[in-house]
Write a protein that binds this ligand. Structure first.
Ligand code: GDP
Length: 218
């Protein structure tokens, strides 16, 4: 089945594990530094203008925002938007709450199938991106990295950015962590088929996916 991501709707915000909906369907988390382009990536994937920006509205910013994908009115999968990390002004107490709850979520949520990590291609993987990858290491959750804002780069720079990002995760891949990387531009819709193929395979692993290899790298 090819997923129609347009059928994605905001479901609920949770500020702690206990508030999360039941782990009843496959889930994919979206993570990244603030301003990396995560909301724009979710909106582009779902062909909606405001879906994930709504996560930034007051009352929806606490921890996890759940979006369910419907087929014939029934949810069969979810996207989970994690708060953007990297803003130093978060109070110490909020930070430890965030770390604790998010750490538990990523470690224990049985329905997670993969993580899309959005990284600004101009900045590359930074310390907090590696910290997130560390959290996902014990359960070997597949990670698909979008090197975002590719439209800011020419072709040669994109190749270089991809190479640098691959090198940055090589030690993890060598240890068996499943990490794939692609260039991404929400502005130009560059990389959308690759992203859709990846998510389809995570949600329906039993179905053979279409073969695309442009810009995707293990
Ligand atoms: P978030 O904080 O990670 O959710 O980031 P946003 O999705 O809000 O994007 C942060 C900024 O980057 C906004 O000004 C977006 O317009 C811009 N942006 C996001 N994606 C792209 C892209 O593909 N290309 C360019 N040039 N800018 C982008």
């Amino acid at each position: 089945m090819t997923i129609n991501f347009h059928n994605t709707h905001f479901e609920i915000s949770a500020s702690k594990m206990a508030e999360c909906p039941g782990a009843s369907v496959p889930e994919i988390v979206f993570a990244g530094r603030s301003n990396a382009g995560k909301s724009t990536a979710i909106n582009t994937l779902c062909k909606q203008r405001q879906l994930a920006y709504a996560s930034k509205m007051p009352g929806r910013t606490q921890l996890l925002n759940f979006f369910h994908i419907l087929k014939e009115g029934e949810p069969f999968a979810r996207l989970v938007d994690l708060p953007g990390y990297g803003f130093a002004q978060l109070a110490q107490s909020s930070q430890s709450h965030w770390d604790r709850e998010l750490g538990s979520f990523l470690a224990q949520r049985i329905s997670l199938r993969g993580c899309v990590l959005i990284v600004d291609a101009r900045r590359g993987l930074l310390e907090l991106d590696h910290a997130l990858l560390d959290w996902l290491t014990p359960r070997q959750l597949p990670v698909h990295i979008l090197l975002s804002k590719a439209d800011k780069f020419n072709r040669q720079e994109q190749t270089q950015a991809l190479r640098t990002a691959r090198q940055a995760v090589q030690a993890r891949v060598d240890k068996g962590q499943p990490i794939t990387i692609q260039m991404w531009s929400a502005l130009k819709k560059q990389g959308l088929p690759e992203l859709e193929t990846c998510l389809n395979q995570w949600i329906f692993p039993e179905e053979p996916g279409p073969t695309t290899d442009s810009g995707t790298a293990s």
